[in-house]
Each structure stands twice: as C-alpha cells, then as structure tokens.
Write a protein that binds this ligand. Structure first.
Ligand code: BTN
Length: 266
C-alpha cells in the first residue's frame, strides 16, 4: 500500500491523521493496544494497517483471515478518556461497521446491512467484521483498539473454505476491484465522525444505525453464546448496542453472542 498516497487522499477528512503501515503484523489490534504501553494517551487516534496479519483476531476467539493485497485490515487506537461513555465498547464496532457500509456503497455501489452485533453483510454473506479490544490495568481500561476487516478484492479461492457460502467480497458481489488506498481513505473519512458519535452521542448513533439492521421486528432469531442458545422474536437494538428479544413472552436482553436468523416475519 502506498501510505503517502493514502495520507494525501485522507487529507482534511481527518486532519493530522497518524497512519502506520506494516507489511506484516500479528494483528493490527495487538499493535494498536501495545502502542498504549509506549505512548499512553498520545496513542489516541493512531491508525494501524497491515498488508498481512499472521494472527488476525476475530470475535469470540476466532481467527480473522485476509488475503494480502486484496483485503483491508485496520485498527484505530482510542484512549479511554475520550471513550468513557457507557456504550462505547459496543457502539464503537457498530460505528466501524457503518463506516464500512457507507464506503462500500459510495465506492463500490454495493448496498449492505448490519447483522448484530456488528457484521456487515450483503445477500446474507459477511463482507466485513469489526471488533473492539481493550487494554486493562487492573479494573481500568487504558486503551482501546477498534479493528476493522473488509473483504474487498478477494476471489472465491481466497476465502477460507470453512466460510464458503457465508463470506463474500466486494469483487465477488460486483466485479469491481478497488485500490486499497482509495477505499481506506474513504473509510477513514467516514469513520472519524462516527467514532465521535459512538463516544459522545449514543442516542444519535443508535438512530444512525437503526435503518441498517437486517433484523426486522418479529424476526425469529437464535443467539449462540458460551452458556448456550437463546431464541426469540427480535424487538430492537438499544443505545448500548444490546439486542432485545421476546422469548416465550419474556423480554430477554442479549449483550454478546452470534446471531442467526431463523425466520423472517412476512
Ligand atoms: C469478527 O467479525 O469476528 C471481527 C473481525 C475483526 C477483524 C479485524 S482485522 C483488523 C483487526 N485486527 C485484528 O486482529 N482483528 C481486527
């Protein structure tokens, strides 16, 4: 990736944006978090991009795999003083997902939806995943990494076989191939104000996200998490990113897990 070109393209869309590009990292999230050990607060808003991740991390301990040169892996380091709102940990990845969704539409003409908690999907296949990880000192968070992975130019053979039928890329959906610098610049420009909203105005963030959820009121969903499975009719996703279901007449609030839509309400 041509980082100078990327910085030029970002320009005034994110004034003074600090971008670090590495051919190879274990994980951009790990790099963002460890920068807090060196710099503390000064690491805030540093952006880490890797050509290749040797240990890319996904939610729930999964691996995030991307094809070098064809996918985007990026993390933004955020210092908690600026992100101490109660919903920040769950709203930041939603902000990231909305930035991806807007950029895919602007640059690739591809319409996508959000699937709870923060996947970007099109035609029921995942095209991007986002997640937030925290660095803790005792009970105190002293650094966050907002990580974003996007499948852009991958061909079918680039996607891991275990994701067949569940994952896709912009190229596979549209035949459009984008330059990584151009997509990344547009993504960062969308992302910055959304980070501000996730941190400072959760109600507004929830309103921005609302029309993009693939889930419609009454859809029957199944949520899997460590302790088991919950099924229920979708009600809403609130300002803290919590999923609300109605299960056997009982209201159930779900804060984490993986969701599967069993039946769409007609
Ligand atoms: C998920 O859907 O499971 C979340 C995937 C997040 C992947 C990104 S790629 C950039 C950043 N670095 C990582 O190691 N993971 C995130």
């Amino acid at each position: 990736m041509d980082v100078e070109r990327l910085k030029e393209l970002v320009g005034s869309g994110w004034p003074g944006c600090r971008i670090e590009y590495y051919e190879e990292l274990t994980s951009t999230n790990a790099a963002a978090l460890s920068r807090f050990d060196e710099l503390g607060e000064a690491a805030h808003e540093s952006v880490f991009i890797a050509g290749r991740q040797t240990a890319g991390r996904g939610r729930s301990g999964r691996v995030w795999y991307t094809t070098p040169g064809r996918g985007l892996t990026l993390s933004v380091a955020l210092y908690p003083r600026e992100t101490s709102g109660p919903g920040a940990l769950s709203l930041l990845p939603i902000a990231g997902a909305i930035a991806v969704l807007r950029t895919l539409l602007d640059m690739g003409g591809l319409r996508c939806c959000l699937k709870w908690p923060n996947d970007v999907v099109t035609n029921e296949r995942k095209i991007s995943g986002t997640m937030v990880e925290a660095r803790w000192r005792g009970k105190e968070v002293y650094g966050l990494a907002l990580g974003i992975g996007v499948n852009l130019n991958q061909r079918l053979e680039d996607l891991p076989p275990e994701t067949t039928g569940r994952a896709t890329s912009l190229f596979l959906e549209t035949g459009t191939e984008l330059r990584l610098e151009e997509f990344t610049a547009a993504l960062l420009v969308h992302l910055r104000p959304l980070i501000g909203k996730a941190i400072g105005d959760p109600a507004e963030m929830a309103l921005i996200a609302a029309p993009h959820w693939i889930h419609k009121k009454g859809d029957l969903l199944e949520v899997c998490f460590d302790e088991g499975v919950t099924r229920g009719a979708f009600q809403e996703i609130d300002e803290a990113g919590t999923l609300h279901l109605l299960s056997k007449g009982r209201a159930v609030a779900v804060r984490y897990g993986d969701v599967r839509r069993l039946r769409r309400l007609q």
